[in-house]
Design a protein around this ligand. Structure first.
Ligand code: SAH
Length: 383
C-alpha cells in the first residue's frame, strides 16, 4: 500500500505536465522511481515487470487499466507518473504500403518515422535526433537547421505510437513470435546519428530486446552509423544489436566530401574499429550502406576498392540508389551501372542487394526525411 506525496494544496489535481513520463525508463531506473514512490522493496522487481508488460506488450496508457495491481496502488501511480508517446501529427501512406509518420514532441519539434511492410517482415525506421549534425552532402535531413537529441521516451515512443497505428497490441497472454509481427524489425536509420545520442539509444534497444519489454530478438534491431568510431566499440559492449555503416565511398578524398565526419575518423580508423567490433560473426554481419551517386562513387574501381576494404569482415552491402530531394546536387547512378557495380561485389562473394526505394511518392525513402514544417518554412523562404 502506498501513498502519493503531493505538494501542499494540489491534492489529486496535479496537472499532467508535472508527472514523470515512465516510457523509456530502463528496468533499473523505473525500479528506482517506484521505490522512491513507496513501492515495497520486496515486490519491486515484480512490479517493474508488470508495469513494463502493460506498457510494452499490451499498449496500455493508463495505470487504471493495470488490473493486476491493487486499486490504491494504481491510483497512487496515476497521480505521479504518466505514460506518454509522441503525438501523431500526420500520417502518409505510400502507394507501396510504406507509411511515413510525422510526430510532434512536447516542445513542438517534429520528427519522422517510416514503417516499411515486406513479405516476411515489417521494419520500422526510427529517428534518434531532431535533425542531424553530420551534413552528409547527399542527405536531406542534414539540411535541417534545428538539432537536438531525442529522449529515450521519444525514441521508444515512436515504436509504441506506430504499434497503435498498426493496431498491433496482442490480446492478453498472446504474444506473437518475432517473425509473425507486423512490426518485427527496428532500424535506426531515420533522422539523426544514433551514436551521438548513445545513452538514449542504448536504453531504447535494451527495452526493445527485453523479454518483458518489446521483446524483439537483438538480430532484428540494426543501428546505423556514419562512423562515430568511439561509439562503435561501446555499442558492441553495451548494446549488442546489429550494426550498419554508411560507407558511401572508398577513398578518403571522396568520403571527406560526401560524409564529412570522415575528416574526423577516416576510412582506416573506421575499419580498425569495425574489425574489432565484438559482435562480429557470420550470423552477425555488418551491413555496409552505399548510396549510388552517378559519376561520384559508382565506378568499377570503386567496387574493387570496396571489396578490398571489407575483406575479412563478415559483411553485406546494401546498394541504395540515390533518392532525389529538392535542391540536391547529385544524380542517381543508372540501373546498368548499379547492376555492374553489384556484380563485382557478388563475384567477390558478397551479398549486395540493390534496395528498391520505398515510399518515394511521400518522400519517405532513405535520406528524404525532413519534418513537414521545416519543409514548408523553407519553401516560403525560397519563393
Ligand atoms: N546517421 C546514421 C543514420 C541515418 S541512416 C547514418 O548515417 O548511418 C540513413 C541512411 O540513408 C544512411 O545510410 C544515409 O547515408 C542514407 N541516405 C541519406 N540520404 C540519402 C539519399 N538521398 N539517397 C539514398 N540514401 C540516402
Amino acid at each position: 500500500m502506498t501513498v502519493a506525496v503531493y505538494p501542499e494544496g494540489t491534492a489529486s489535481s496535479v496537472s499532467a505536465d508535472t508527472r514523470v513520463n515512465i516510457v523509456g525508463e530502463t528496468r533499473e531506473s523505473l525500479s528506482a522511481l517506484l521505490l522512491a514512490h513507496g513501492t515495497d522493496r520486496a515486490r519491486l522487481g515484480m512490479r517493474t515487470a508488470q508495469i513494463w508488460q502493460w506498457i510494452y506488450q499490451k499498449g496500455v496508457r493508463g495505470f487504471s487499466e493495470m488490473t493486476n495491481l491493487a486499486r490504491d496502488y494504481r491510483l497512487g501511480l496515476q497521480d505521479v507518473f504518466s505514460i506518454q508517446v509522441p503525438e501523431l501529427a500526420l500520417r502518409q501512406v505510400s502507394l507501396d504500403g510504406t507509411r511515413k509518420y510525422l510526430f510532434r514532441l512536447g516542445d513542438g519539434k517534429e520528427i519522422e518515422s517510416v514503417y516499411i511492410p515486406e513479405q516476411d517482415r515489417g521494419t520500422l525506421c526510427i529517428s534518434s535526433q531532431v535533425g542531424c549534425t553530420l551534413n552528409c552532402a547527399f542527405c536531406h535531413t542534414g539540411t535541417q537547421a534545428m538539432v537536438r537529441n531525442l529522449t529515450a521516451a521519444e525514441i521508444v515512443g515512436q515504436i509504441l505510437a506506430v504499434r497503435d497505428d498498426l493496431g498491433e497490441w496482442p490480446e492478453r497472454g498472446r504474444h506473437p513470435k518475432n517473425e509473425t509481427r507486423l512490426l518485427s524489425n527496428i532500424v535506426f536509420m531515420g533522422m539523426g546519428e544514433p551514436l551521438y545520442n548513445f545513452d538514449s539509444v542504448r536504453d531504447t534497444v535494451r527495452i526493445a530486446m527485453d523479454g518483458e519489454g518489446i521483446s524483439l530478438s537483438r538480430r532484428r534491431i540494426t543501428l546505423s552509423t556514419a562512423g562515430v568510431v568511439p561509439g562503435i566499440h561501446r555499442a558492441g559492449e553495451e548494446i549488442g544489436c546489429r550494426l550498419a555503416v554508411s560507407l558511401h565511398a572508398t577513398t578518403d578524398e571522396i568520403r571527406d566530401r560526401l560524409v564529412p565526419i570522415n575528416r574526423k575518423w577516416n576510412i582506416e580508423t573506421l575499419f580498425a574499429a569495425l574489425r574489432s567490433y565484438p559482435k562480429l560473426s557470420n550470423a552477425d554481419r555488418i551491413t555496409f550502406e552505399y548510396v549510388m551517386l552517378k559519376d561520384v562513387n559508382d565506378s568499377d574501381a570503386d567496387a574493387r576498392r570496396l571489396v578490398k576494404l571489407i575483406k575479412g569482415i563478415p559483411a553485406k552491402i546494401n546498394l541504395i540508389p540515390f533518392n532525389h530531394w529538392p535542391g540536391a546536387q547529385f544524380e542517381r547512378s543508372t540501373p546498368e551501372r548499379i547492376r555492374e557495380f553489384a556484380s563485382i561485389l557478388f563475384h567477390a562473394g558478397y551479398a549486395s542487394p540493390i534496395r528498391t526505394p520505398r515510399g518515394e511518392d511521400i518522400m519517405a525513402a532513405c535520406g528524404q526525411l525532413k519534418s513537414a514544417s521545416e519543409r514548408s518554412r523553407r519553401k516560403k523562404q525560397e519563393t
